[in-house]
Design a protein around this ligand. Structure first.
Ligand SMILES: *Cc1c(COP(=O)(O)O)cnc(C)c1O
Length: 405
């Protein structure tokens, strides 16, 4: 049997293979062949097209590719039984220690962390109250306050608990909206620049009125510091996606925060059946996979990751810029998907295609490439690619924009 490192070394001596067709696919095939196992190409069998992900961490595009450590942990977990509550207790303790917060639990994604966190605020560890959600909030509070500019589709996760969402714009409006039904104050991290109430004031309003605060930080690593920042700042609950920048399972996430509230959240999910979260199952595989992803992320050389992404983006930028009329521009979003990114615009009098047409050509080509953007531009990130794929993306963009494809 040949291990992955040796295999990678072998493959790197073969010119171009890993780069051209996507490293992981080839590695899996080579590994199976070398181990004398048949290789099943499931996606091909099923007629499901794979693609180079030049877009980012999008749920519809299956999110991210998990780190090898994550799959090792998943495979390890798949061979033995454990008690789910024991495992969640211990993994939660380990995560809380790693992230220097009071308590933590693994959820089925950030969306699930939002629902379970709020459920915990509403019910505490009362099983009877947990059974009442989401249709009967008697004996519980029933309103969550948020800023209008923070109100996005994901707030449905809160409504899953049966609460009413109350929108406000100013601190004065927030204080006026607080009443004996106010369960929680909710904050969307990436919307911070758009709202009038900023972190510190928001948290202090929560503390002043004795109401828990929650922040949604789903896509907000890197930087690594964000995993520590918001619990330390004073938010009572902090939610992250496991399958975005952390490169863990798509169906995992983190809920961090106050011990009593995390215990409440756990009351509202498996293995307890009569709960709003019973369908948000995380088994031992995702739970360990999430821990492995977090450990991998915390111990990474983040500067080296950044340098890789920056170099990839620069390469695509330079190749695109060599086409007459094309104006690529490198930028880094301040918060959420905080990675080197490229926005490509072009003179539509010279190149008679809009963004949608270019994206469609890239998607329909060989290999298929997924990008984002709008009618005016093409949006690219490289952090979810296999290294080497940026060269294919660059040359395809050049072909399409110069009218050769
Ligand atoms: C992605 C995202 C979510 C949902 O996270 P999942 O891990 O996919 O459940 C929630 N909120 C925001 C702001 C997001 O970007």
């Amino acid at each position: 049997m040949i291990n992955r490192r040796a295999l990678l070394k072998n493959l790197s001596t073969l010119p171009l293979v890993g780069g051209i067709f996507g490293g992981n696919y080839l590695l899996a095939k080579e590994a199976a062949t070398m181990a004398g196992k048949p290789y099943r190409d499931y996606f091909k069998e099923l007629g499901v097209r794979t693609f180079i992900n030049a877009a980012g961490t999008y749920t519809a595009m299956s999110g991210c590719l998990m780190r090898d450590d994550v799959m090792d942990a998943i495979n390890y977990a798949s061979k033995q039984y454990v008690n789910i509550d024991d495992l969640q207790d211990k993994v939660g303790e380990r995560i809380a220690e790693l992230l220097e917060c009071e308590a933590a639990t693994v959820t089925a994604g950030c969306f699930s962390a939002l629902t379970l966190g709020l459920a915990g605020v509403l019910t505490g560890t009362d099983a009877k109250k947990a059974a009442q959600l989401p249709t009967d909030l008697s004996g519980m509070k029933s309103e969550v306050i948020l800023q209008k500019s923070h109100h996005i589709g994901y707030s449905h996760a809160l409504r899953n608990c049966g609460v009413k969402l109350i929108e406000v714009e100013t601190a004065a409006e927030l204080e006026a909206a607080i009443n004996d039904q106010t369960a929680m104050l909710w904050f969307l991290n990436y919307a911070n620049p758009d709202g009038q109430i900023k972190y510190e004031e928001f948290i202090s309003l929560g503390k002043k009125h004795g109401i828990p605060t929650m922040i949604d930080c789903a896509a907000d690593v890197p930087p690594k510091e964000n995993l520590f920042k918001y619990t330390k700042m004073g938010f009572d609950l902090v939610c992250f996606s496991g399958g975005k920048g952390l490169r863990g399972p798509q169906s995992a996430g983190l809920l961090l925060g106050r011990k009593d509230l995390i215990a409440g959240a756990r009351q509202n999910t498996l293995p307890r059946g009569d709960t709003v979260g019973r369908g948000m199952k995380v088994n031992k595989e995702e739970t360990l996979g999430m821990l492995a992803a977090l450990e991998n992320f915390l111990s990474r050389d983040h500067e080296a990751d950044w340098k890789l992404w920056k170099g990839q983006i620069q390469h695509i930028h330079d190749v695109a810029a060599s086409v007459d009329g094309v104006m690529p521009e490198i930028h880094v979003p301040e918060i959420a998907n905080h990675v080197p990114s490229l926005r490509i615009k072009w003179d539509m009098d010279k190149i008679k295609m809009d963004g949608n047409a270019v994206r469609e050509k890239l998607r329909m080509g060989h290999p298929s490439i997924q990008t984002v953007g709008d009618r005016e531009s093409l949006g690219i990130t490289t952090w979810m690619m296999n290294p080497g794929e940026e060269r294919i993306v660059a040359s395809r963009i050049k072909e399409v924009l110069s009218g050769m494809a």
